[in-house]
Structure formats: C-alpha cells, structure tokens
Design a protein around this ligand. Structure first.
Ligand code: SAJ
Length: 433
C-alpha cells in the first residue's frame, strides 16, 4: 500500500465489536477480510448475513459483502493493517486473572504473514502491558523484522492499542462518532494507527502511548462500575432505613454537580463487571475502592434474591412474574445478566409459581430446565400473577399503566414505576396495593 491507496485490512475476531468494526472499515471502501475460528460464523457472513443482534448491522454487512468489500475466513490473510478484536476473559483460577491467550494466539497467526510496512492494532480490552507483550511475541517469532521500541532504529511495523468504547444497541453510531484514544508503542506507531482510524471515525482521535491507552479503557469501565456501586449501596442503605431510594436520587440529582446513577439488580454485561478486575489484578494493594465496588455490585444481586424470596415466601400460593432476563434494557443479550441470575434462583426455589416475561427470548435459558418455571407474555403475567418483580427496565415494561398492575405486589429493582407507593413495612419493596 502507498500514499492514498486504500489499505487491505484483516480484522481478527468477528464478535460484537469485530464484526461491526470490519463492516464500518469496509464501508469506507477498504477491502476487509474478517477472521473467526467458527466455520459457522464465517459461512454466515459470507452469505451476507449476521450471527449477532445489533441495530442496522444486518443491512450494512449485507451491503459490504455484496460489494465484495467484506469477506470472512478462518485463516489470517496477509494485509496492510491487522485489527485484533478477540475476547479477553478471566482464567479459570477463580482469582479474576486476565486471560490474554486469545490475543496472543491471534498475534501468533499474524506473525506468520507480517511484512515490512504493516500496522497491527489491538482493540480487545486488555491488562496494561499486553501490547508490549504482543510486540515481544512478534520479536521472538520474526527476528527478520525491526519492531518498535526495542532499538533506536526505524521499525518495520507499527503496533498500537486502540480500545473501542461503544454501547451495545448503539454500536454502529458510536463506532463512527465516539472519540478514540490511540496508544502507540512509539509516537510513530500512534501516528500510523491514527491515519488508519481517520478513514472511518468521525470522532476526535487522540494519540498517546500504548500503556496509557490500555489503562484508559479499564478506567472508563471501572469509573462506571464504581458509580453504579454507589447507587446500589444507596439502595441497600435505603432498604435498611425504610427510605425510597428513587426519590432520594431524584432529589439529589437536582444539585447541579451531582449525578447519581440508577440502582438495579447488579451489574451485568461483559465489560463493566470484568474490566475493573484487570486493574485490581495489576495493582491489588492500591485498587481498594475499585475492588469494593465490584463486591458491592455482586452483593446487590444476592440482596435482590433475598428480598424477592422473602416477598414470595410471605405470600404463599401467589404466582410470581419476573420481568426481564437481559443484562440491560432493550437488548437480547442474556449473558452475565443479574436479572437472569435472580430469576434462575427464584425458579429453582419456587418452581412453577415462577413465570418469566422476556420479550427478547424465544425460550428460557438452560438453567430453568426442570424447575417448572415458564416463559409467558406480559399480558398473561399482568392477568395471572399477583407478584411482579421488575428485573430489567425494558421499555415494554416501563409503559405498563398503573391500573394494570394495581392488583399486584411489586418489587421494582429498576425504579421504572415511580407512581407505585414505597412501603416502610417491607423496606425496599414497592407495594402498589
Ligand atoms: N447499570 C445500572 N445502573 C446504571 C447504569 C447501568 O445498574 O445507572 C447496569 C446495566 O443494567 C447493566 C450494566 O450496568 O447491567 C452495564 O450496562 P452499561 O449500559 O453501563 O454498559 P455496557 O456493559 O453495555 O457497556 C459498557 C460501556 N462503558 C461505559 O459506559 C463506561 C461501553 O461504552 C463500553 O464500550 C462497554 O462497556 C465495553 O465494551 O467495554
């Protein structure tokens, strides 16, 4: 590739971030090969279809595949720019140790086709030092190439870290419009990566070093986790003191410099409940508040289970509807979901008394099998269930008029029905009757 020519791009990992990223790069007229270990995913994309739900992604992928700009493969192909978007889960040691083996496996494959002039960009959320570790891996596998930051010589390849910061449900819009932090192993690496992102990002791209960019991503999600933990702790304090947490937050947020987030049944998803641990792992002695926030948000899930169990046990024979399984509002993602955890626990304990309403699910997840709990629609729940437990703030639940729920005992963990009266007899529970 020279000058203004479009770079050929290889995106490794075609999940929630990799596929939309590949499609957006292709839309900017750069030929993209998307790589995934799953044959099924590769075949789906090569048919112009998608395997994940995300607003407007289907039309975009169909278009770029039809125009020949995006194709998928299981084999890493030679390219000018490599973008790595593979998972970084925990190791199975129960210690929340980051597992960067997928990143290293991707880098190993790239090493086989890497050539002078190429740029390698890591996007996966990663512990500080991962980009350097990737560079060291290239150094071991490709002694013929000069790598950045190791000697004073001009390197043959550029290596950078550039995290995404998109919100599920708004991925395409946010991939295009959000600002980006681009961390190069050297300033030259950052400039090369910057030139690439400017082809398809409209937000401001700010350059820094790789370690700062790695930390920046972790900090963003830890910031949100700590703030949600504050709200969740407040909700448990309010339950203890017989106060209405929603009213208190509404009042406090009238202060011009206060913005308390919303309590819920805990924190789910694959980022906010995970990434703070990468900081704790890197600095266990120092990251005290970040660890406490994680513990608080996890404790909130168990608090909700206990409150719900008490309500159900105190009202024998009354049918229960758990509203929602998704990890947050208006999405179909049930992985790492506190709502799913709470509903599952209630189903195991109370069996066929428990019903689940989840408009985004065709069937109940595996752990409900054999419990007797059933998936029902919202109308059936409102007609037949005397206890309503709100676990997800889907819009379809939010708009249920008060007349349709006035017969029921309500435990609203998301505060979507502010008209329901709080009760001090049963702290933390909103009893609408
Ligand atoms: N939640 C609350 N109360 C709130 C806000 C959220 O309980 O006031 C809960 C949600 O219900 C959910 C969890 O937190 O269970 C996470 O939801 P979210 O909307 O805060 O975030 P995610 O996981 O969908 O996406 C986050 C975003 N990060 C930040 O907002 C700092 C996103 O920008 C990142 O790109 C994404 O993590 C990621 O991939 O890292």
């Amino acid at each position: 590739m020279r000058g203004e020519e479009k770079p050929e791009v290889c995106v490794i990992g075609l999940g929630y971030i990799g596929l939309p990223t590949a499609a957006i790069i292709a839309r900017a007229n750069c030929p993209v090969t998307g790589i995934d270990v799953s044959e099924a995913v590769v075949e789906t994309i090569n048919r112009g279809e998608i395997h994940i739900e995300e607003i407007d992604l289907d039309g975009l992928v169909r278009g770029v595949v039809q125009r020949g700009l995006l194709k998928a493969s299981t084999q890493v192909q030679p390219a000018d720019v490599f973008v790595i978007a593979v998972p970084t889960p925990f190791e199975k040691d129960g210690q929340h140790t980051p597992d960067i083996s997928y990143v290293m496996a991707a880098a190993t494959e790239i090493a086989g086709v890497l050539k002078k002039g190429d740029t390698v960009i890591l996007e996966s959320t990663s512990p500080v030092g991962t980009t350097d570790a990737m560079r060291d891996l290239f150094a071991g596998l490709r002694p013929d190439l000069k790598l950045p930051g190791l000697t004073g010589e001009t390197p043959d390849v550029a290596i950078a870290y550039c995290p995404e910061r998109v919100l599920p449900g708004r991925i395409l819009e946010e991939l295009t419009n959000n600002d980006r932090s681009i961390g190069g192993i050297t300033p030259r690496c950052a400039r090369k990566a910057l030139a690439f992102y400017k082809r398809f990002v409209r937000g401001t791209c700010v350059t820094t070093d790789a370690r700062s960019a790695e930390m920046c991503k972790l900090v963003e999600n830890a910031f949100r986790d700590v703030n949600i933990a504050f709200a969740n702790e407040l909700s448990m304090i309010a339950d203890h003191m017989g106060l209405d947490v929603w009213e208190i937050i509404r009042l406090a947020n009238r202060h011009p410099r206060v913005n308390v987030l919303q309590p819920g049944p805990g924190v789910g998803g694959h980022c906010i409940a995970v990434d703070p641990w990468f900081i704790v792992h890197g600095a266990p002695e120092q990251a005290k508040m970040i660890r406490a926030a994680r513990d608080t948000n996890d404790a909130k899930m168990h608090h909700v289970v206990a409150q719900a169990e008490k309500l159900i046990a105190d009202n024998p024979g009354v049918s229960v509807a758990c509203l929602g399984l998704a990890f947050k509002a208006n999405i179909d993602d049930f992985r790492e979901s506190p709502a799913r955890f709470v509903a599952g626990r209630l189903a195991r304990r109370f069996g066929e008394r428990v019903h689940v309403v989840e408009p985004y699910a065709a069937e109940l997840p595996i752990e409900f099998e054999g419990t007797g709990a059933a998936l029902i629609d919202l109308d059936a729940a409102l007609e037949t269930c005397g206890i309503l437990i709100v676990l997800v703030d889907h819009d379809i639940f939010r708009v249920v008029p008060s007349e349709e729920r006035s017969h029921a005992l309500i435990y609203d963990t998301r505060g979507i029905w502010p008209d329901a009266a709080a009760t001090v007899e049963r702290p933390g529970l909103r009893l609408a009757s």
